[in-house]
Write a protein that binds this ligand. Sequence first.
Ligand code: ZN
Ligand code: ZN
Length: 70
Amino acid sequence: MANSYFPREQNQSARGVIRCPYCVEAGNFRVMAIPESEDRYTCNQCGHMALPSNPLFECACKKCARFRIT
Ligand SMILES: [Zn+2]
Ligand SMILES: [Zn+2]
């Protein structure tokens, strides 16, 4: 599926950048804003959140909630 494919260059040139898996902008996944204090990334388009330092973190945005239901 399209969601499971990630371009190789993401691991090299974009280290430390988290991209929203739901939002595509100009052919790439939208880069999520990096907060100043917390290690929590938030997509300012759909509200999706990611916390790379905490694998148990569960995002509560609409898109993730829909995935959990199905
Ligand atoms: Zn998003
Ligand atoms: Zn989410």
